[in-house]
Design a protein around this ligand. Structure first.
Ligand SMILES: *Cc1c(COP(=O)(O)O)cnc(C)c1O
Length: 497
């Protein structure tokens, strides 16, 4: 059913209808500070009921994980338990001023310390910084660390960063922003980095090799130990893009695979609401030889001599922010961290426990393989082996037979109550659909998704025209994506309406 287009609140307004819920005869303007109200943009006169309906309708013109299945590969759109938000909203956390002295912020510092320690042990790194605000931000920070590390060793010739062709676009972008030259590494027939290929590009100019494991095809790089050894033998550092942490958490550790640097996207793996560019959180992990370079400040714990000796040693600690780190690359943002996200992530870790987190990734992998096997009944799956938390399908053959592309399938899904998968990424698979179900979806939801996908593919064969206009039930129909990117028009203007 197409939604009725809600009328704009400005059009609904009528003089005299005004704000009776405020006070008869008095306009809303009189209750607002004068300098907040633009005289040329008068507030519309509306009844309270019209205003309530308007904003409620607006709130429903969206799609999110709370509304339906969101199989957006590489983004880990899993359900975010509300208890995490409740923890972040506790007044002691939410109302704490970032400049509160350490002595008055012991609880908050303890949260940061315990999250840092938990991530270090889960991912096998010596230490993490909670400073960066997103995965890409942490990539940039890690490359600054690498740069400084090589400079101090007098190895300034190391200016190349190796990035496999399945990598997320942020990897080469971060390397280029940091002044490195990017070497793109082709994947082999199995969709992985081959030891032979990487050996060809390694040398005394290699700085960093950035890898995602499992990679964005959802495949585990099974030669990772050999690759890490080869990069280290050439004097380079290994960087782990941990956006796919949901596939490995509690089962294998990047530190044990030979990585020196890594990031996590706690907003993906550790159930923090994200999407639409909202606040992220990208802890940056390092192996022992790079700890001194981490961004400042770092939370440190010291024995508290005044504590009750009856308490366990772990409860007799004093926490403080350490800014005195001469080799640090310095702060990467204002204040210390997206702190509310640190609270959410720690709440999630403690709610699950070590075994629970391991089970999360096992179920994410199980769900992905269930979908992969089912989808392969009617769409090509170019790498048809056991995947990790996600897999890619291709609409290339379907397009040749029917003209229906991955984009049309994605748009058709929107009409049928599902968010679309990631499309056209990774770049090496033509007409790619990258599907990540996550562990939080039930078998029933996955089965419904499969049957809807099957029906879309059947429609593609029988009546392809029916898919070219999709989506037709959403508030905004098919957009001209080229024009949207080239000539973005982001502001509603009363004069053009
Ligand atoms: C999301 C993602 C990134 C970037 O992370 P942001 O937090 O969005 O900056 C990097 N690599 C991969 C594989 C990703 O999925």
């Amino acid at each position: 059913m197409p939604h009725a287009e809600p009328a704009l609140i400005f059009d609904l307004g009528q003089d005299g209808r005004a704000n009776r819920y405020v006070e008869p005869g008095r306009a809303l303007e009189t209750f607002l500070p004068a300098d907040m109200v633009r005289k040329d943009l008068p507030l519309p006169d509306n009844s309270e009921l019209d205003v309530v309906r308007h904003f409620t309708q607006l709130s429903q013109r969206t799609f999110g994980i709370d509304l339906g299945f969101y199989p957006l590969g590489s983004c880990t759109m899993k359900y975010n338990p509300r208890v995490n938000d409740a923890m972040a909203a506790l007044p002691g956390f939410a109302q704490l001023h970032p400049y509160a002295p350490d002595a008055l912020a012991q609880g908050a510092l303890q949260v940061m310390y315990e999250l840092e320690r938990s991530l270090a042990s889960l991912f096998g790194m010596a230490a993490f910084s909670l400073n960066p605000s997103a995965g890409a931000h942490a990539e940039f920070g890690a490359l600054l660390i690498a740069k400084k590390y090589f400079k101090e060793r007098g190895e300034t010739k190391r200016d190349k960063v190796i990035v496999p062709d399945t990598a997320h676009g942020t990897n080469p972008a971060s390397a280029a922003m940091c002044g490195f030259k990017v070497i793109s590494l082709p994947s082999d027939a199995r969709g992985r980095v081959s030891v032979e290929e990487i050996r060809k590009v390694l040398g005394d100019d290699t700085a960093v090799c950035m890898m995602t494991n499992p990679n964005t095809l959802g495949l585990f790089e099974d030669h990772i130990a050999e690759i890490a050894a080869a990069v280290h033998a050439a004097g380079g550092l290994m960087y782990y893009d941990g956006a796919n942490g949901n596939a490995i958490m509690g089962n294998v550790r990047p530190g044990d695979m030979g990585f020196d640097l890594m990031h996590l996207n706690t907003h993906k793996t550790f159930t923090i609401p994200h999407g639409g560019g909202g606040a992220g959180h990208g802890p940056l992990g390092v192996a022992a030889h790079l700890v001194e370079y981490l961004p400042t400040p770092v939370v440190v714990a010291e024995p508290n001599p005044d504590a009750d000796p009856a308490l366990a040693p772990s409860d007799r600690l004093n926490f403080r922010l350490d800014f005195d780190r001469p080799k640090s690359i310095g702060p990467m943002r204002s204040f210390w961290s997206n702190f509310a996200h640190a609270v959410r992530a720690l709440a999630y870790i403690y709610a699950n426990g070590a075994d629970g987190l391991a089970r999360v990734s096992q179920l994410a992998v199980l769900n992905a393989n269930y979908l992969r096997a089912k989808i392969a009944e009617f769409l090509d799956v170019p790498y048809p082996e056991i995947c990790r938390h996600e897999f890619v399908a291709s609409a290339q053959a379907l397009k040749k037979q029917t003209g229906v592309r991955a984009l049309d399938i994605a748009k058709a899904l929107l009409d049928r109550g599902f968010m679309a998968p990631t499309v056209y990424f990774p770049l090496i698979v033509p007409e790619c659909l990258m599907i990540e179900p996550t562990e939080t979806e039930s078998k029933e939801t996955l089965d419904t998704f499969v049957e809807v996908m099957r029906a879309i593919v059947r429609t593609a064969h029988e009546d392809p025209q029916a898919l070219f206009a999709a989506p037709v039930t959403t508030v905004v129909g098919r957009v001209d994506e080229t024009r949207a990117a080239r000539q973005p028009d982001l502001r509603w203007r009363p004069e053009t309406h």
